[in-house]
Ligand binder design. Structure first.
Ligand code: PMP
Length: 382
């Protein structure tokens, strides 16, 4: 129950173990083509250009930056934690002049301040971390993306800890780059960087004055490949991760069978049950309020008298959780991922293990009280 890599469906794992076909075989062409089409549906972005490349989430971030930023251009980072910091440093590497809208850990930057910056800042692009995995903070992506659009600023949304778990309608909201990785709510082991890029962002890339500085990032290399596979032809730039693409095609098929809205709703329901358990245990969340709390993970301060070694005690109870990540607070909190195949059974098992580990650590808790609170939240209404 960590915030990625998560648990994967057995059918997805079987695809990884399948015989590796040639990357130019008809069989692989069909699979890759379907995976790209399905990615459009998952991002709710039929009009955008999908890219699927071997790499991790950081690579998806780097591809967005390498292609859309030229030295001296200005970028606004809506900073909600560790991964927003990473985005800012990437932008600086590629020569951008970076301005950051900041907030205390657990909060989102003030929207009026972002609006003011967008209005006066002459920015080429704005970046948002939809869910910052270090804080569990959910940024108001729709409002931010729409604000950027109004001011003619490209929006880049890091969906690594959100895609297919948090509501996101790329086309309807007008988001320019929606980037993500395979190992979280998309349900595929680590190794894929995925991007969905609007026409406006592709036009902005076409209008560059300077070449993209990284060969492996350059849309000029990848666009013909994606277009070829999606229209049933093979093309070569760099060998695709054949089995990960098989696994992606299977997982995206499962996601779409569940339905995106149903999937977002399931993540909200599971998060709601976890929140009920946290309240019952008196655990304080790192996000300052429920309105800025992610549905894909929980970040919680350790209770009194418990330190980071307690995560090991939960593991002894059979559930793997993650420690802290935010540099300022790292040792003071822990994280519970609830993405992808997460079910009511996972919620109850996790909360039960946390209750036992708290008891082992000397906390007096009424056995089953948090489990009951989660269960009550999971029961059908009425
Ligand atoms: N952005 C966010 C929001 C993330 O959670 C992560 C990874 N946890 C990344 C970017 C970087 O992804 P990766 O570790 O796959 O490079």
């Amino acid at each position: 129950m960590i915030p990625g890599p998560v648990e994967f469906d057995p059918e997805v794992m079987r695809a990884l173990g399948a015989k590796t076909a040639s990357h130019v075989s008809p069989e692989f062409i069909a699979v890759f083509g379907r995976a790209l089409q399905r990615l459009r549906e998952v991002c709710l972005a039929p009009s955008a250009q999908p890219f699927v490349v071997a790499g991790s989430g950081t690579w998806a971030m780097e591809m967005a930056v390498a292609n859309l930023v030229e030295p001296g251009e200005r970028a606004l980072v809506v900073n909600t934690g560790y991964f927003s910091d990473r985005m800012a440093s990437l932008l600086e590497r590629y020569g951008a002049e970076v301005v950051q809208a900041r907030a205390s850990p657990g909060e989102v930057p003030d929207s009026a301040e972002v609006e003011r910056l967008l209005a006066g800042g002459r920015f080429k692009l704005m970046t948002v971390t939809h869910v910052d995995t270090s804080t569990g903070v959910l940024a108001p992506a729709e409002a931010l993306v729409r604000a950027a659009h109004r001011h003619g600023v490209l929006s880049v949304v890091d969906g690594v800890c959100a895609t297919a778990g948090e509501t996101f309608h790329q086309d309807a909201w007008g988001a320019d780059v929606y980037l993500t990785a395979s190992q979280k709510a998309l349900g595929v082991p680590p190794g894929l960087a995925l991007l969905s890029v609007s026409r406006r962002a592709m036009d902005s890339w076409r209008a560059r004055r300077t070449p993209v500085r990284s060969l492996y990032a350059d849309f000029a290399e990848w666009l013909p490949i994606m277009e070829a596979y999606e229209t049933g032809r093979a093309a070569y730039f760099a060998t695709p991760p054949v089995n990960l693409v098989y696994a992606l095609e299977v997982s995206l098929g499962q996601l779409l069978r569940e339905g995106m809205e149903a999937r977002f709703e399931r993540h909200r329901r599971m998060a709601g049950a976890f929140r009920a358990a946290w309240r019952a245990l008196g655990l304080r969340t790192l996000p300052a309020s429920e309105s800025v709390a992610a549905h894909t993970l929980s970040a919680l301060y350790f209770p009194e008298g418990v330190d980071a070694t307690w995560v090991g005690k939960v593991r002894e109870q059979g559930v793997v959780l993650a420690g802290g990540l935010h540099p300022q607070l790292k040792t003071r909190y822990f994280r519970v991922g609830h993405m992808n195949v997460v079910s009511p059974g996972d919620v109850l098992a996790t909360v039960g293990a946390i209750e036992r580990a708290l008891a082992v650590a000397g906390h007096r808790i009424a056995p089953g009280s948090a489990v009951a609170a989660a269960q009550a939240a999971l029961l059908p209404p009425g």
